[in-house]
Design a protein around this ligand. Structure first.
Ligand code: GCU
Length: 678
């Protein structure tokens, strides 16, 4: 494999093979399905490339014939039984699950289906690439069927909130000719068990549905298929009018229903295994059912019914809210999702999944868990995360995100006073739903690093791992990624672990802490400090900061009533300032700058101190990285050094901008005499 970013964590970098190692490398690869378009075929060739590239070991591929001696066998459980004979001790596997057993140079990788077999092959290769030859025998099953990524790619090739260059899918209104990057993306996604990509922006353009582009979608799906990755598309609700020439897009109008059925049929002619649709409706200026006084569920069901004959799914976004007036003390955008969707629970078709951002606002550096997860019992749901670092430094800052995501995935909402972890709600376990899972906005582009920064790839890797098993540990996931990406040097491992694990807390410290949100510019760029942009507009992400006090009062007793959207036990914690955790204090309460936190510090002194300590951490990232010179290849060493150097400077810009802003506003001195003492 090439020494560039395109391979991401699938570099198969060379390792020395000493001692017992040789005897543990299989001399043969038995591939139980010889169809070239099958993921099992890909599994066979990945195994061959990996063994060669990591250990310089050549393994012969045998198609469809079992070999008893030194071999790795890859196929489905069923194929194995047909070809190689009986099997015992393998538990029932879920869809896409696999069984992996390694006994010296005898390895069996058996999927419940073709896709599972490929996942198992990547698991074994991950062990090999980490020098791990232990004897294992276990089944691995996904915790949920929906493990999707979203791309916000526009038809002209630009990407909304993308920081890794232009689209790998689109250019000048059409699907690109050369799909080699699409193939490589499919490979990366398959290796972390992602099974579908929605390839165009949620702010969708109807021209994706022209006959020419439908053919292009077919080509993309053909490239992804051998990796077990399906495609889905985002739809624009008004398409029947803007593209179809009808005079309405009312979801209950028969001409509209017929139009969507016919489009769906044409889509499935080109993409017979299309995963489904993603729909953003009645949100941020996008058209939707409200235009015709129809409900969001009537809107979602229009697509659900069109998809039912083909087994497709509608991911329907819960990100729906209106502009608000800040002079109303009880106006609160955070309440919007529950207000809109709770009354519709049970009214969605079975193949609709409501896709819910992890917090009630918009991918901020810290948010409480979206209360909508605790308000839908008869509707399937999925969590929406962002790998692309929209509000979180846009890939110019290192921010390892899985620890942030875990604050929500592991959160216990205590529905009916019973354990109700978000990760058990989205997998369908808690409320007995068949569908569910996760989606992440990724936004890779044509940049050779994919996301715009080598280090950001830990977030894509981590997302895939958590989508498969949300109970997994972020630090363990990170360390697998580090070894696969940078090799086995213990100093590199230790340093990169430390840096990455400190990165989200550091970013929170030098941007917006205590639950006040990111404090970045929210009007346009979503980049860099701009605390004043949070207030005095209709976006409803207010801080309500004035010269004496700050924070949103979201209590039932005196505020917006948002805390009452949680189940009783959780509502009680947030309603009471003494039980609200410090890190969400300003999310739930409006207090004086001199209010004391549980830590004993005042709000304002916490702001000052956190901004200094966050910026100091960022500065240490650079020096820690520099200690690795010579241990990482020069291209990546320099690229990362440059990024961290920038982050060091920008964290100081953040620190001073935020501290000066609140110092000027409050007039309260910094007890350590730093702020305002230049
Ligand atoms: C954010 C983002 C937009 C995006 C929107 C969404 O507000 O800034 O670019 O369209 O989320 O998720 O729909």
């Amino acid at each position: 494999a090439a020494e560039n970013g395109l391979d991401g964590w699938l570099r198969y970098a060379s390792l020395s093979c000493t001692g017992q190692c040789r005897s543990k490398l299989p001399a043969n690869i038995v591939v139980l399905n010889a169809t070239e378009t099958s993921p099992i075929y890909i599994a066979g060739s990945e195994l061959q490339i990996g063994l060669k590239s990591i250990y310089g070991s050549h393994a012969e591929i045998t198609w469809g014939k079992c070999k008893a001696s030194s071999s790795v066998v890859v196929g489905t459980v069923e194929q194995y039984r047909e070809t190689c004979g009986s099997l015992s001790g393998i538990p029932e596997l879920e869809e896409d699950g696999f069984w992996l057993s390694t006994q010296g140079d005898k390895v069996r990788i058996l999927g419940s289906n073709d896709r599972g077999a490929l996942y198992g092959a990547f698991e074994y290769l991950s062990m090999l690439a980490q020098g791990n030859f232990s004897a294992v025998a276990y089944a691995s099953n996904p915790s949920a069927p929906i493990r999707w990524v979203n791309q916000w790619d526009n038809m002209d090739g630009s990407i909304e909130r993308g920081y890794g260059g232009p689209s790998i899918f689109f250019k000048d209104g059409a699907i690109v000719e050369d799909l080699s990057r699409v193939k490589q993306y499919g490979r990366l996604l398959a290796s972390v068990r992602i099974n579908a990509v929605v390839i165009n922006n949620v702010n969708a353009n109807a021209t994706l549905l022209t006959p020419e582009n439908l053919k292009g979608l077919g080509r993309i799906a053909d490239v992804f298929r051998p990796y077990g990755v399906k495609i889905g598309i985002s739809l624009n609700f008004a398409s029947p009018e803007t593209l179809g020439g009808l005079d309405t897009y009312d979801p209950l109008d028969t001409s509209v229903i017929d139009w969507w059925s016919s489009v769906t049929e044409q889509l499935y002619q080109n993409v017979p295994d299309m995963a489904g649709y993603l729909v953003k409706a009645d949100s941020e200026g996008e058209p939707g059912p409200a235009v015709y006084n129809r409900t969001l569920s009537q809107g979602a069901n229009l697509f659900a019914k069109a998809l039912q004959p083909y087994g497709g799914i509608v991911m329907f976004r819960a990100f729906v809210y209106n502009q608000l007036n800040e002079s109303n003390w009880d106006a609160d955008r955070a309440k919007a999702a529950v207000d809109f969707f709770k009354p519709l629970d049970g009214e969605f078709e079975e193949n609709v999944v409501v896709q819910i951002k992890f917090g009630p606002i918009d991918f901020q550096v810290r948010e409480p868990t979206s209360p909508l997860f605790a308000n839908l019992f008869n509707t399937s749901s999925a969590i929406e995360l962002e790998v692309t670092q929209e509000y979180l430094g846009q890939q110019s800052h290192l921010v390892y995100l899985p620890p942030l995501w875990k604050t929500v995935l592991d959160f216990d909402l205590r529905v009916d006073h019973k354990p109700s972890l978000v990760r058990d709600i989205i997998t369908g376990k808690r409320f007995n739903r068949k569908l569910g899972g996760s989606a992440a906005v990724v936004n890779v582009g044509t940049n050779t690093t994919w996301l715009g920064s080598h280090l950001s790839m830990s977030n894509l890797y981590g997302y895939g791992r958590l989508a498969w098993n949300a109970a997994d540990d972020p630090e363990a996931i990170l360390q697998d990624w580090i070894r696969l990406t940078f090799g086995l040097d213990p100093t590199v491992l230790k340093t990169l672990t430390q840096l990455s694990m400190e990165s989200w807390p550091a970013y929170e410290n030098y941007s917006g802490n205590l639950g006040i949100q990111t404090l970045t510019d929210i009007l346009y760029t979503h980049y860099g400090p701009n605390p004043q942009s949070q207030d005095g507009n209709g976006w409803g992400q207010w801080t309500r900061a004035d010269s004496t006090s700050i924070g949103m009062d979201r209590t039932v007793s005196n505020g917006t009533g948002y805390s009452g959207q949680y189940p009783d036990e959780i509502a009680a914690i947030y309603e009471d300032i003494s039980t609200t955790p410090d890190d969400l204090l300003l999310w739930f309460h409006h207090v004086n700058y001199t209010h004391r936190l549980h830590s004993g510090k005042t709000i304002i002194q916490h702001f000052y101190d956190a901004h200094y300590s966050g910026a100091e951490s960022a500065q240490s990232f650079l020096t820690q990285w520099e200690s690795l010179k010579g241990k990482v290849d020069e291209e990546r060493y320099n690229h990362i050094r440059h990024r961290l150097d920038y982050q060091t400077g920008h964290s100081i810009v953040w620190r001073d901008a935020i501290n000066n802003f609140y110092h000027n506003l409050s007039g309260i001195p910094d007890t350590s005499k730093r702020v305002g003492h230049h």
